[in-house]
Structures are given as structure tokens and as C-alpha cells.
Write a protein that binds this ligand. Structure first.
Ligand SMILES: C[S@@+](CC[C@H](N)C(=O)[O-])C[C@H]1O[C@@H](n2cnc3c(N)ncnc32)[C@H](O)[C@@H]1O
Length: 250
């Protein structure tokens, strides 16, 4: 943690005081919460489902495991995890309560509420004891966190020895021509669709800018290792549009 008030960070392409970022991020997700699930399907043309299923394939959840799903939002990862594990428990933690409220509605509809807890909190200061969870996931969340390295350090702390970290996040395409085509799509189409479907251009402009600012695959791999994780690796999804990073607390 730092209390240096002169420090700045990115909020999309804007430079803002570090102390302001979490509030700005919360503003975005407060505003998209009720439409989040449908917009995810529309914007990604359903591809986020394929990436999340690939995350579960690599994670291979086992019966009885305890998951902490940070920046878990409406619970997409936790639902998948519990269905694959057959039995177990998931704690969904998120900064933005309206996202968790949407998730809780889904849990009730799917009669899964007994296996889930919903906690408002910050990835950089988790309200859990050391060595608590078998698995830590963060999906499309860490690029929104003010100091991602602190979130990774916290992940390491709350995982038990033998525990597994898995991060799904947008990433960078290694091929410059493809990155250019992808930028054209994301900067021109996504904010416009956000305006048309959710009447919220600004939130989706933030989304594409925050994706562009996030460290590339190898830089992020270095951060996972710096937190203490071993056997850290990544896999590109859809040529690097997203990446999955995995690591173990040994
Ligand atoms: C794009 S959503 C991802 C939701 C879900 N994990 C998924 O994959 O669909 C990002 C979530 O990160 C949450 N978030 C942003 N910063 C956070 C922080 N510092 N701590 C916890 N959650 C945070 C937001 O409130 C939002 O719900």
C-alpha cells in the first residue's frame, strides 16, 4: 500500500491520481451492471464464453475445492467452476456491489446460492486470512485494479500452499498488422455499440483504452513470478486478444 497522494495511474488513456481510480472504475461497473452479461455476449460475439471454458479446461476444478473469484462481478467464473467441480465453494469478491447483486440473482435462478458467497472488497486488500483458498481466479478484472502487482501479492497470500492462480485478461496481439486491425475494430465499433445498446459510450471507451494499456503477456508473466508464483506460464487465446496466466503457490 502507498499513501503517496502525488502518484498517478491510468484510467483508460487518462492520467488520474491513484486515489481516484477505484472510484472511477466503480462508476463504470455501477453503470453497466444490469446489462453486463448481455453486453459481454454482444461485444465479444460470444467468444468470452470460449475463453472462460478454456480457463476451466486448464484449471480442471476438483470436487470440494474452495475458490476465491476476485473481481468476480456477476459470477461467470464461479458458476463454471462449481459446475465443473461438482461440489465445492466459491467466494465472489468485487468492488462494485451492483455487479454482485446481478450475480446473486443468477445464483438464485440456478439454485446454486448455497455454494456461493458474495463479498464487496478490493483485490489489493483482501479480507481473508493467509492460506485460505485452493484456487484464486481473476477474469477481466486485473487491468482495472490500480496496482495489479499488489493484487497478485494478495492472491499469493490468501492461497494455501499447493494453491493455483489463474488470470484471464485481454492482452496484446504479437503481430503488428493484426493488432492494427483489432484496434480499428475495438476503438471504432465497441464504444459505438455501447452507445447503441446500453446508451453508455464512455464505459465502453474506457474498456477499450484499458485493454490497450495493460502489460503484454511476458511483462505480466514477470509480475506473476514477482508475486512468488512458481511454474508460471501463459497461453494465448484467439492469437493474443486475451491471455491466460497460471501459477502455483508451492
Ligand atoms: C469486466 S468485469 C469482470 C467480471 C467477471 N470476472 C467476468 O469475467 O465476467 C470487471 C470487474 O472488476 C471489478 N473490479 C475492478 N477493480 C476491482 C478491485 N480493485 N477489486 C475488486 N474488484 C474490482 C469491477 O467492479 C467489475 O465487476
Amino acid at each position: 500500500m502507498t499513501d503517496d497522494t502525488s502518484k498517478t495511474t491510468h484510467f483508460g488513456f487518462e492520467t488520474v491520481p491513484e486515489a481516484d481510480k477505484a472510484g472511477r472504475v466503480q462508476g463504470v461497473f455501477n453503470s453497466v451492471a444490469s446489462k453486463y452479461d448481455i453486453m459481454n455476449d454482444v461485444m465479444s460475439m460470444g467468444i468470452h464464453r470460449i475463453w472462460k471454458d478454456a480457463m476451466m479446461d486448464w484449471l480442471a476444478p476438483r470436487a470440494g475445492q474452495k475458490l476465491l473469484d476476485v473481481a468476480g462481478g456477476t459470477g461467470d467464473i464461479s458458476f463454471r467452476f462449481l459446475k465443473r467441480a461438482g461440489s465445492g465453494h466459491a467466494t465472489v469478491l468485487d468492488l462494485t456491489e451492483p455487479m454482485l447483486i446481478e450475480g446473486r440473482k443468477r445464483a438464485e435462478a440456478e439454485q446454486m446460492h448455497d455454494s456461493l458467497d458474495w463479498v464487496v472488497g478490493d483485490a489489493m486488500a483482501l479480507p481473508f486470512a493467509d492460506n485460505t483458498f485452493d484456487v484464486y481466479t481473476i477474469s477481466f478484472g486485473i487491468r482495472n485494479v490500480t496496482r495489479p502487482q499488489e493484487a497478485l501479492n494478495e492472491a499469493y497470500r490468501v492461497l494455501r500452499p499447493g494453491g493455483r492462480l489463474m488470470v484471464l485478461e485481454f492482452s496484446q496481439l504479437p503481430n503488428a498488422a493484426m493488432q492494427k486491425a483489432y484496434d480499428l475494430y475495438s476503438f471504432n465499433v465497441i464504444p459505438q455499440m455501447g452507445k447503441m445498446i446500453a446508451n453508455d459510450r464512455d464505459s465502453y471507451q474506457y474498456l477499450v483504452e484499458s485493454i490497450r494499456n495493460f502489460p503484454d503477456q511476458d511483462t505480466f508473466l514477470g509480475m506473476v513470478r514477482a508475486a512468488g508464483f512458481e511454474n508460471a506460464k501463459y497461453r494465448n487465446m484467439t492469437m493474443g486478444v486475451a491471455a491466460l496466466h497460471s501459477g502455483w503457490k508451492i
